[in-house]
Design a binder for this molecule. Structure first.
Ligand code: GLN
Length: 536
């Protein structure tokens, strides 16, 4: 079972969370891929949920959907945007999944009378999952969620210690990413919290090989020497990672400059000539020298945390990168659009995007924004709930059905343009039961959507329960709505557009999950192009 030749990198976090560990882990992946190395990514989340699918995006950021329909943490978005790693269900390991497996085995009697314990049963299951993820790749990079010292994380660290012991020093590398706080009053970087978090790792038997210090100010020699001595880490392996100022896509190049790649190769006894990261340098060139600028409004309801719309925001930026355009993003709380001066926040926008969402809060504001985009010919992209509401808006204001709605918002609507298919109505449990993951879709020729994709057969990721109610289609078509994407198998509408508008597109799927900085998703690229044209 154990893929003997795969080298293993474990990334832990210290002092505080929200240090950008996911981003750094993804950037390490990008850095190694630059050398032609086949990498795998695994994320360990010590919480007891099976997956984040049922979590509120305000607390945990967006739910990121993989090709196979797995609902994962937003860090998977970083992994896919930065690397080519194949990610599926097994690349996400949560305590929920570990305990689910163990409890099922216990009920089956698979433990043959033993007492089931954290050590060895939980740790063995953790190791098994790490080795499965390591199959078929040269280097597996595993990020351990949370902060060293969290009670939930202890069994994972014990499992990692065992792996390091069993596999040998040269096959396993520990990178610890910790906050090195700068105290303004003392005008000094303080190393004690870093020392203590490394001490916590050593307590369990893990000696980090590389320490990445997240700092606001440069790491001077004195403090580097001190950290090196007290943390038992070679001086050249104590790296600084300053906050990037221009774009997160600078991180792979910054890590390359700090010689992280050389340190990794030396540790594993691998030899590669140093190479520039052309792909990422090109991306940065485009970001640093824009020729255009557009402002796009995202009309959402989880506006208090930007991470709730992470992939949409990044995909908009990618669309900009493609056209040498700086994309400024304005988060607009849809409830704000429900008052009297409703449309004021929309006035200066070059494009309007209504993203996915659930439940009825803020719906009327989103509908007002869609109406504004439709009537004022502002480029519009509606994603999932955004497409559904574009159809509700059209039904209300063009087809004159004031009561039109989705049955998610009003089960008694007399014109329920969006509703649940029979199969979904049978579903009772909430976890992983939506229409999820990659599904095929056929695009009609001579449409804006076709112009973007330049092909008729596409596949995109889904995450929803409700669909357009086909019986109303003739009413919509009679008034100029075009249904341009269709899933022949499920018979569901996948894409709509208005031909008499500069660019008004709605899609039932989530294109944002497949966009990369060096290869913008075609719909986002065309949306931004329409926004640039709209300015001129
Ligand atoms: N709430 C809608 C549905 O379940 C849309 C979901 C979404 O936008 N992801 O169909």
């Amino acid at each position: 079972m154990e893929p003997k030749d795969t080298k293993l990198i474990f990334v832990t976090g210290g002092v505080v969370s929200s240090l950008g560990k996911g981003l750094t882990t993804a950037s390490i992946g990008a850095l190694l891929e630059g050398y032609g190395i086949k990498i795998g990514m695994l994320k360990i989340d010590p919480y007891l949920n099976i997956d984040p699918g049922t979590m509120n995006p305000c607390q945990h950021g967006e739910v990121y959907v993989l090709e196979d329909g797995s609902e994962t943490d937003l860090d998977f978005g970083h992994y896919e945007r930065f690397t080519q790693a194949q990610l599926r269900y097994g690349n996400s390991c949560t305590s929920g999944k570990i305990y689910e497996t163990i409890l099922r085995k216990e009920r089956n009697g698979d433990y043959l009378g033993q007492t089931v314990q954290i050590i060895p049963h939980v740790t063995d299951e953790i190791k098994r999952r790490i080795f499965v993820a390591a199959q078929g790749v040269d280097i597996l990079i595993t990020e351990i969620g949370g902060v060293v010292g969290d009670i939930e994380g202890m069994p994972y660290l014990e499992a990692l210690r065992q792996i390091a012991y069993e596999r040998g020093y040269r096959n396993v590398l520990f990178i610890h990413l910790a906050l090195l706080p700068f105290l303004k009053a003392a005008q000094e970087l303080k190393s004690k919290p870093v020392q203590q978090s490394v001490a916590k790792l050593r307590e369990i038997g893990i000696q980090p090989n590389i320490l990445i210090c997240r700092t606001e100010v440069p790491l001077e020699k004195g403090i580097r020497d001190k950290i090196s001595l007290f943390c038992n880490i070679e001086k050249n392996a104590v790296l600084e990672e300053r906050d990037v100022t221009t774009s997160i896509y600078e991180v792979p190049t910054a890590l390359h400059k700090s010689q992280l790649d050389t340190l990794i190769f030396n540790h594993f006894n691998l030899s590669y000539a140093r190479k520039p990261l052309t792909l990422w340098e090109n991306v940065m060139e485009r970001i640093k020298h824009p020729m255009h600028k557009v402002t796009i409004g995202i009309i959402g309801k989880y506006t208090e945390i930007q991470d709730a719309y992470k992939s949409v925001i990044e995909a908009l930026r990618h669309g900009g990168i493609e056209h040498f355009c700086q994309t400024e993003i304005k988060m607009i709380d849809s409830e704000q659009l429900e008052s009297d001066n409703a449309c004021t926040p929309l006035k200066d926008l070059d494009g309007i995007l209504v993203p996915g969402g659930f439940g009825s809060r803020g719906i009327d504001g989103k509908i007002s924004a869609i109406r504004y985009a439709r009537e004022n010919k502002i480029p519009f992209l509606g994603i999932c709930l955004g497409m559904q509401l574009a159809l509700v808006e059209f039904a209300r204001n063009v087809l004159d059905h004031a009561d039109a709605n989705s049955t998610e918002m009003n089960a008694k609507s007399s014109y329920p343009v969006i509703c649940m298919l029979e199969q979904q109505k049978q579903v009772v449990s909430k976890g992983a039961t939506m229409r999820l993951g990659a599904q095929k879709c056929e695009i009609m020729p001579n449409s804006r959507v076709y112009e973007a994709y330049k092909q008729s057969n596409i596949s995109e990721r889904h995450r929803h329960r409700y669909e357009f109610n086909e019986c109303y289609r003739p009413d919509f078509e009679a008034k100029g709505m075009h249904f341009v994407g269709y899933n022949a198998q499920s018979k569901c509408v996948e894409a709509i557009e208005l031909p008499d508008h500069p660019w008004f597109v709605g899609v039932q799927f989530h294109p944002e999950f497949k966009s990369k900085p060096y290869q913008a998703h075609p719909l986002f690229a065309h949306f931004i192009k329409a926004a640039i044209n709209n300015k001129h």
